[in-house]
Design a protein. Structure first.
Length: 376
């Protein structure tokens, strides 16, 4: 993408830094429905809840097995986790007590999604099946078969009683959760489907794949209809997610690239990079901001802003510096520069576009090392 086409700035704020030890690596990420906390499944077999604003840990569940999937109940009281021990566990958010264990899968549980009312839970597993569970009775309601390889992603339609799944076999399945019937079976991706996500109104679905593409689907009918294929990523697409107002979609991949797309034409309008492969993306409700987790264990909040609004204060200051040909305002402008820099997180200042105009300001003020500016 040409730099002229980038109109959005992804303003990063680190909530959790890169892990110093392997045990601190984040394996799975989920956000509660009101956007106040995230759940991160860690390599040390804990599941930790963090405050979205501060990154402070507010709860911890201790398991004996590695967690491979996690989801918040819309009711706000339960976190569901699935692990390598082939069972699903329900945890009380307030007390960290394990409330129930749901057994039935014969391989690790790789994906979880609650129904919009929180009454039911769907699980996808390495045993190639999906199962639906009643949360109150803890009973298995039905099992759905069709995938030939691991089921790695599932999502319950937020507006309709249907489930979409994606598997390593490259197929996308659409299921009736009341009957267990497979109502659609689609192979538009060439290889594994890692992520499926609806918009909040259920009208659009995005799917990301190891074939390095994102497919945008019209989901308004009984069948999914492909509308657009996005091919910008150079690695397998691991995560996709829509903002709550549907204006933007974020995608992340194994190539460390993070893109934000304007859904009006699906133009790639913002971009950044993470430390490692992007394993999870969660948008904050009613905000143009989202959370990512990557393979280093870092958890970062990204605020989506108009690029020019970030650069404008530095550009305006640069104009003042260039207009001060007699250096009469030098000390004042140095103070303004330092105050402007102090308003930004270090991650923002390291962005190449911000760094360049900041460097121009420093050069104009004679603040670059070895090039002092002499005042009159």
């Amino acid at each position: 993408m040409d730099s002229e086409e980038v109109t959005l700035f992804l303003r990063p704020k680190t909530l959790r830094p890169r892990a110093e030890h392997g045990s601190e690596i984040t394996r799975r990420l989920a956000m509660n429905h009101v956007g106040r906390m995230i759940a991160a499944a860690m390599q040390d077999r804990t599941i930790r809840l963090f405050d979205v604003q501060s990154g402070e840990e507010i709860q911890r569940f201790v398991d004996s097995y590695l967690c491979t999937s996690v989801a918040f109940s819309p009711r706000g009281d339960i976190v569901a986790t699935g692990g390598v021990d082939r069972v699903i566990k329900l945890w009380d958010i307030r007390t960290a007590e394990r409330l129930a264990t749901l057994e039935g899968h014969t391989y690790p549980i790789l994906s979880l999604s609650f129904s919009p009312d929180g009454d039911r839970l769907v699980s996808g597993s390495g045993d190639t099946t999906l199962m639906i569970w009643d949360i109150d009775s803890r009973n298995q309601l039905c099992q759905m078969k069709g995938h030939s390889l691991y089921v790695v992603t599932v999502q319950w339609d937020p507006q309709r009683d249907r489930i979409v799944s994606g598997g390593v076999d490259g197929y996308i399945g659409v299921w009736n959760p009341n009957t267990g019937e497979r109502v659609d079976w689609i192979q538009e991706h060439r290889t594994a489907v890692h992520a499926v996500r609806f918009t909040s109104d259920g009208s659009v679905l995005a799917s990301g794949s190891s074939d390095r593409t994102i497919l945008i689907w019209d989901a308004t009918g009984d069948s999914l209809r492909p509308q657009r294929r996005l091919t910008d990523h150079t690695g397998e697409v691991r995560s996709v997610a829509f903002s709550s107002d549907g204006r933007y979609m974020a995608s992340g991949s194994s190539d460390k690239d993070l893109f934000v797309w304007s859904t009006d034409g699906y133009v790639r309008s913002g971009e950044s990079t993470t430390y490692s492969e992007v394993d999870g993306i969660e948008w904050l409700p009613d905000k143009h901001a989202f959370i990512t987790a990557d393979g280093t264990g870092a958890i970062i909040r990204w605020d989506v802003q108009v690029l020019e609004s970030v650069l404008a204060p530095f550009k305006n200051l640069l104009s003042e510096i260039e207009a001060d040909t007699t250096h009469a305002r030098h000390d004042e402008l140095v103070q303004k520069f330092n105050e402007l820099v102090s308003q930004h997180d270090p991650e923002v200042l390291q962005d190449k576009r911000v760094f360049y105009v900041m460097w121009q300001c420093k050069r104009g003020l004679g603040l670059l090392k070895g090039k002092p500016r002499r005042t009159l």
